[in-house]
Design a protein around this ligand. Structure first.
Ligand SMILES: [Zn+2]
Length: 378
């Protein structure tokens, strides 16, 4: 039997992952398993190099730790026109990051084939690292229970793709699939593992779409569920702007960046040909662009206030390029949440702007897979 699937080995690895470097004695006291078997498995894990001593010099009571070189994890983010791949160390550090472009129009099998090729290429580019887990942050709705990419309205033919099964077959690694927004939230936990305002938080992303995820006491609320949360498609204006999902007046159709750009055009702003034009003019203080931005922030804030009132989360984290171009976006958002949330929550609710980078969902997916690899049986 593979040593790493042995019950005793899994328990030792889990103890070292969760508790950091420890002596054999410390691990054994905690595990309450048969001592002879534990000693034998400890010897095997050491002999095969899965665990190593913390210090080269100490003779007695030398703590053991996981061998960093053996347990890296890989994270992938599947976006509309690109694939981010990262390598994550067991200590949560980013070891490598590469972005591959994907043809925006290619869907279905063709897309899957090129995704697998890019991942293979990335894995081959990491000599010297043993990889134990692979996390895949998929575009669109994800079934985190079966590991299936359920559907994406942005990619033709991307329906019911059995990603976890396909990736496991292809690369032989422990694999977990998550949605991009959930992966982004998990990346905050990777960066701030002990911050209570991250451990229980509603995290909202505003870009070309709107996504949100909840962490509850450090656990991802969307784990093992048939569909990821879809904040972007709650209706905020019946009969409003058409949405990519086929509906009208969804939050993302009213308040994501393309909607703000369209609203600024309606208000009479000329020369708005792209999202970049809108961001640029807003950053320069164009009054009508700022009006559109503030309307969008208010619509988002009211929706978020309703979610906070229902879930009673104690912290809200906002991630968007809009927060980076002007403080007015976050200020208007925060004011709208505070004035629409149930009154007793308004004074204690905490807010944060995320400073995460472009590859945060890939990092979060790698972190999620790593945690599940070690802690899944808990
Ligand atoms: Zn929609």
């Amino acid at each position: 039997m593979d040593l790493l699937s042995d019950k005793y080995a899994r328990s030792i690895l889990r103890a070292l992952y969760a508790g950091g470097a420890q002596t054999r004695k410390q691990v054994m006291v905690r595990l309450k398993m048969r001592l002879n078997a534990l000693v034998e498995v400890f010897n095997q894990l050491e002999a095969e190099g899965h665990i190593v001593h913390l210090s080269e010099h100490l003779q007695r009571n030398n703590p053991l730790q996981l061998n960093q070189r053996r347990f890296a994890s890989v994270g992938i983010e599947h976006g509309v026109d690109r694939l981010h791949c990262v390598l994550l160390g067991i200590d949560g550090r980013r070891l490598a990051s590469t972005t591959y472009s994907l043809e925006a129009t290619a869907g279905g099998r063709l897309r899957l084939k090129s995704i697998l090729e890019h991942i293979r290429h990335f894995l081959n580019d990491q000599p010297g690292w043993g990889i134990s887990a692979l996390g895949f942050a998929d575009i669109g709705i994800v079934n985190t229970e079966s590991g299936e990419g359920v559907c994406s309205v942005l990619i033709p033919g991307w329906n019911h793709v059995p990603l976890e099964q396909l990736l496991h077959q292809e690369f032989g690694l422990f694999t977990k699939v998550v949605d991009r927004s959930g992966a982004g939230a998990l990346d905050m936990l990777r960066t701030f593992p002990d911050d209570e305002d991250v451990k229980t938080s509603l995290q909202v992303f505003v870009g070309n779409g709107i996504g949100a995820s909840i962490l509850q006491n450090g656990r991802y609320w969307g784990a093992n569920t048939p569909s990821s949360c879809q904040l972007g498609h709650i209706v905020v204006k019946p009969g409003g702007r058409p949405c990519t999902c086929g509906g009208r007046g969804c939050l993302e159709a009213e308040a994501a960046i393309p909607a703000l750009q369209a609203r600024a055009q309606e208000l009479g702003v000329k020369g708005l040909h792209s999202r970049e034009d809108f961001l640029h003019l807003t950053a320069r203080g164009n009054g009508k662009c700022l009006q559109s931005l503030e309307e969008g922030a208010t619509t988002l804030g009211i929706a978020v206030a309703n979610i906070v009132t229902f879930t009673a989360v104690t912290s809200v984290i906002l991630r968007s390029d809009l927060c980076q171009i002007t403080p007015r976006y976050f200020e208007s958002f925060q004011a709208a949440v505070k004035s629409h949330v149930l009154l007793p929550f308004a004074s204690s609710l905490r807010f944060k702007v995320s400073q995460q980078g472009q590859d945060c969902s890939a990092l979060g997916a790698a972190y999620y897979a790593q945690r599940e690899f070690f802690l899944e049986d808990d």
